[in-house]
Structure formats: C-alpha cells, structure tokens
Ligand binder design. Structure first.
Ligand code: NDP
Ligand SMILES: O=C(O)C1=N[C@H](C(=O)O)C[C@H](O)C1
Length: 268
C-alpha cells in the first residue's frame, strides 16, 4: 500500500512533535511537510531534528511550500491558524485531520463548508479512551436522568489557552443530547458569589489548570446518598497522535465529507 504523505501544522508544538514522531515511526505514513508560525524559532530547521534523526523536511511558514508534497494535513494549532490552513487545503484537495479546540460557531461552520470540497476528520479528542467514554456517558445519562446533578470537571497543563476543554464540551454535548437537552441552554461555566441553589437541569463545568497535566476529565452524577464518577485520564499525548494516524487511514478512500472519531472508530 502506498504511504500517506502527511504534513503537520504547528510542527514545533507539543502535539506537532508527537505527530512528527508518530509519522516517522509508521510504515504507512511519510512526513511530507511541516508548518509553523513565522515567529517560531524552529522555522527553517528539520522537522524531525528533535528526534536526532532528520526527516529531510524543513518547517515552513509559507503554506504553498509546506504543503507542496502533502495529501493530508494534521492540524493541532489554534483556531485562527487552522482556519487559514483550511481554506488552502479545501482549495487544493488536501485532506485534513483537525484536533485544534476552541472554535466559535463560525469556525465550526467554516470547517463544515470546507468538508464539501475535501475530506476532514474534526474531533476535540483523538484518543480511543475518550471516544469510548462518550458512549458510556450517553448510557449513564439516560439512567441518571432524574435526581442526579451532572457536573464536568477537567484538568490540563498550565499552557492550555482554552476552557472548558474541547473534550469537556463534547462530554457535555453527549450527556445533554442523551437527556434531550441543548447544552447551550443548560451549561453553567464556573460559579462565583451568591449563585442561588443549583438548577437541577443544569450541567456545570469546572476547569483546573496546572503543571504538566496531559488531560483529565470526570463527569460526576451526584444523587442523594450516592454519586457516580466517570473519569478518563491521559498519561501521554501519544494516544492523540496515534488516533490522528487512524483518522488519516480512515480518510484514505474519502474525497470529501466531515467525520469525527466516532466515525473513525466505528462507534456511531
Ligand atoms: N483533539 C485532540 O485530541 C487534542 C487537541 N489538542 C489541541 O491542539 C491544539 C494545540 O495544542 P498543543 O500542541 O498543546 O499547543 P502548542 O502551543 O504546544 O502548539 C501549537 C502549535 O501551533 C502553533 N501556532 C500557534 N498559533 C498559530 C497560528 N495562528 N497558525 C499556525 N500555527 C500556530 C504554535 O506556534 P507557537 O508556539 O510559536 O505559538 C505551536 O507550534 C490546542 O487547541 C489543543 O487544545 C491537544 C491535544 C489533543
Ligand atoms: O490542550 C490540550 O492539551 C488538550 N486539548 C484537548 C481538549 O481541549 O479537549 C484534548 C486533550 O484534553 C488535551
């Protein structure tokens, strides 16, 4: 089988490096390009230099140069970066795997529109564990639909810029959907001061930031006399990188369409 020619955006970032390493170690993938912002100190250097084994691929800021050889772009950057890459990829038929979080509604609509021109997997969490947990949450939410308060607690490293995490929001969507509620109508993002008693239909979010926590998520169903907690903890970013490669493999035979990791993992 031919190798997938994959470029990585944000190549010198935490996820970018994980992805470069995963591609270098995969028999069915070839690192075909690397992008980063013009101010990145690593610009112009070999994307795999940090592994001590150069790939012969330089980190570029220019999209035409960085994507010239690529059939896929894996993008874990920031919404404004991803949306710029999206336009280019849609215009040039480059498939995308988008892991970036923190999009507003307009950003999500732009991704859906681009998926009419190229194939895209877009998911706030690429790990198998989190995606299976989403199914467990749907089941639990249906059983705890009355008499249980639902709160979502997430913890991440000190460098994370968006809150709540994309995963916490996906978990909120899964739980709200199973209960026939709209997350926008019931979400409570943090509490302070005289808040009044808890609205029983609400879904609360709390975000913790500190140190090098890779990503912890707990959904709490709190009743009278008991509580159930469903928790996922990532101990390494490798799970996100491997999930992204699975997503690229899933896109091999697709030329357009918007998919998520539930599609990739056959969980829908
Ligand atoms: N879906 C999933 O499974 C996962 C999603 N994520 C998400 O991925 C994203 C990146 O996370 P992480 O790797 O930790 O972050 P980092 O900050 O370590 O990496 C982001 C990279 O993108 C670059 N970048 C920043 N702004 C832009 C821009 N406007 N255009 C292009 N590139 C840009 C950064 O450059 P510079 O450092 O110079 O600013 C950096 O190289 C986040 O949104 C995070 O939530 C993370 C892990 C898993
Ligand atoms: O920024 C991170 O690190 C992570 N971001 C994703 C999110 O916002 O859910 C996925 C994972 O939790 C790590």
């Amino acid at each position: 089988m031919t190798q997938m020619k994959i470029a990585v955006a944000g190549a010198s970032g935490r996820m970018g490096r994980m992805l470069v390493e995963a591609i270098q170690n995969a028999d069915d993938a070839l690192l075909a390009g690397a992008l980063d912002v013009p101010s990145a100190p690593e610009l112009g250097t070999d994307a795999a230099a940090f592994l001590g084994k150069p790939a012969g691929v330089l980190i570029e800021a220019d999209l035409a140069k960085g994507l010239a050889q690529a059939a896929y772009l894996i993008d874990f950057t920031r919404p404004e970066g991803t949306l710029k890459h999206l336009d280019y990829c849609a215009a040039h038929g480059i498939k995308m795997i988008i892991g970036t979080t923190g999009f507003d509604e307009a950003g999500k609509a732009a991704i859906a529109a681009a998926a009419k021109k190229t194939a895209i997997v877009f998911a706030s969490n690429m790990s198998v564990g989190v995606n299976v947990t989403l199914k467990l949450l749907e089941m639990a939410a249906k059983s705890f639909s009355h008499g249980y308060d639902i709160e979502i607690i997430e913890a991440h490293h000190r460098h994370k810029v968006d809150a709540p995490s994309g995963t916490a929001l996906m978990m909120g969507e899964a739980v709200a959907g199973a209960l026939g509620r709209k997350l926008d109508d019931v979400a409570v993002y943090g509490r302070e001061g005289i808040t009044g008693e808890r609205d029983p239909s609400s879904i609360g979010f709390a975000a913790i930031r500190g140190g090098d926590i890779v990503g912890d998520h707990t959904v709490l169903f709190a009743g009278i006399g008991e509580r159930v907690e469903i928790t996922h903890k990532s101990s390494s970013r490798v799970t996100y990188a491997q999930g992204s490669l699975r997503a690229a493999r899933f896109l091999r035979d697709k030329s357009s369409g918007l998919f998520d990791m539930q599609d990739v993992l056959g969980l829908r």
